[in-house]
Design a protein around this ligand. Structure first.
Ligand SMILES: [Zn+2]
Length: 344
């Protein structure tokens, strides 16, 4: 038998075998390229056909065309079969899909209670015309104590256990009142600021004390500012934060070195009319320290106390949140427990 004719028959056998083995689209494509591709076996044989005798051409030409047509048809058939197999497999997979299977509820996050409460507080004070102020957490002894009328040898410095830095006269601020000093130094009078922020005390941690917590501070300086402005502000703010229009306040004397007179402000219990566990059966809840800014503090910060006066107040944000939301342990705020956080 002539070489070319023999080759055509061999290629037919090889191609049939290869097609029978092509069980994936990828393998089928490899077979197509090998036999029917531009540089495949059939193309080679076509080139060879040009160089044989006229008789051989007459015999092998039609055989070669027939082979090419057969292979092309077989390839198409195989391709359709594979596509159908893929569809069938997908349908089988769908049958296995169990619509009654248990799926975990997606867990969605929420903003930390700090963020929520601070935003509420800021909204209230911005609506009263205050600016929001901030200061550094690593503070100078001057801004945290000295400028706030606490002399170096005064026992008031021992009232708060302080985290001192290794750098002399630097500390982690023990109160946001340091922001008062910075704001007065920077802006002068008149001013109205509200400053929430983190403070640190070297304290034994228990259910009502933490070494790190949030405070908020308010300060208003202007001409003719009196206690009545402070009391009206405190009442309006507490009514807004506890969403209780008939909430009342009472004041008691309190000592804070940077105010004179100093006042403790209590709110009437937002949860009861005749005593409950939150107000310890008294009907009142201690909430804020406050007072009229001490003339020494004004003078130290470059404001003339003969022209200007002001009031300041401060409170613990955790304490506010604990009362508002009935939280019993201050350590929960930093514990990072999802069960606690997702309640808010
Ligand atoms: Zn109560």
């Amino acid at each position: 038998m002539a070489w070319l004719k023999e080759q055509i028959e061999l290629v037919k056998i090889a191609a049939d075998a290869a097609l029978a083995q092509a069980h994936t689209q990828e393998k089928l494509e490899q077979v197509r390229v090998a036999f029917l591709g531009r540089q495949g076996t059939i193309a080679d044989l076509m080139v060879h056909l040009k160089s044989v005798s006229v008789e051989e051409k007459k015999e092998c030409g039609p055989l070669l065309n027939e082979l090419k047509n057969e292979l092309t048809a077989a390839y198409s058939t195989q391709q359709v079969a594979l596509e159908k197999a893929v569809e069938r497999a997908a349908l089988e997979q769908q049958k296995l899909f169990d619509v009654t299977a248990y799926v975990h509820e997606p867990v969605s996050g929420s903003r930390h209670i700090y963020t929520q409460l601070i935003e509420q507080l800021e909204d209230i004070f911005i609506s009263m015309g205050y600016d929001i102020a901030a200061g550094p957490e690593v503070e100078t002894e001057y801004h945290n104590f000295t400028a706030l009328n606490v002399p170096t040898d005064h026992p008031a410095r021992d009232m708060q256990d302080t985290f001192w830095m290794h750098v002399p006269q630097m500390l982690l601020r023990t109160q946001t009142s340091s922001v008062q000093v910075r704001s007065m130094e920077k802006q002068g009078a008149p001013l109205a600021i509200f400053a929430p922020g983190r403070v640190y005390r070297n304290e034994q941690v228990d259910a009502s004390h933490d070494f790190m917590f949030m405070q908020a501070e308010g300060l208003v300086i202007d001409k003719h500012i009196s206690l009545s402005h402070l009391l009206a502000t405190a009442r309006s703010f507490l009514q807004a934060i506890f969403e209780k229009k008939d909430l009342n306040i009472r004041v008691r004397p309190g000592y804070f070195p940077f105010v004179e007179p100093g006042l403790e402000i209590d709110a009437s219990c937002p949860f009861c009319s005749s005593g409950c566990s939150i107000c310890k059966k008294t009907g009142w809840i201690e909430l804020m320290g406050s007072g009229l800014v001490h003339p020494h503090v004004l003078r130290t910060c470059g404001i003339d106390p003969n022209v200007y006066s002001g009031f300041a107040f401060g409170f613990g944000i955790e304490r506010m949140a604990m009362i508002k939301y009935g939280i019993t342990d201050i350590r929960q705020f930093h514990a990072g427990k999802i069960d606690f956080l997702k309640q808010f």
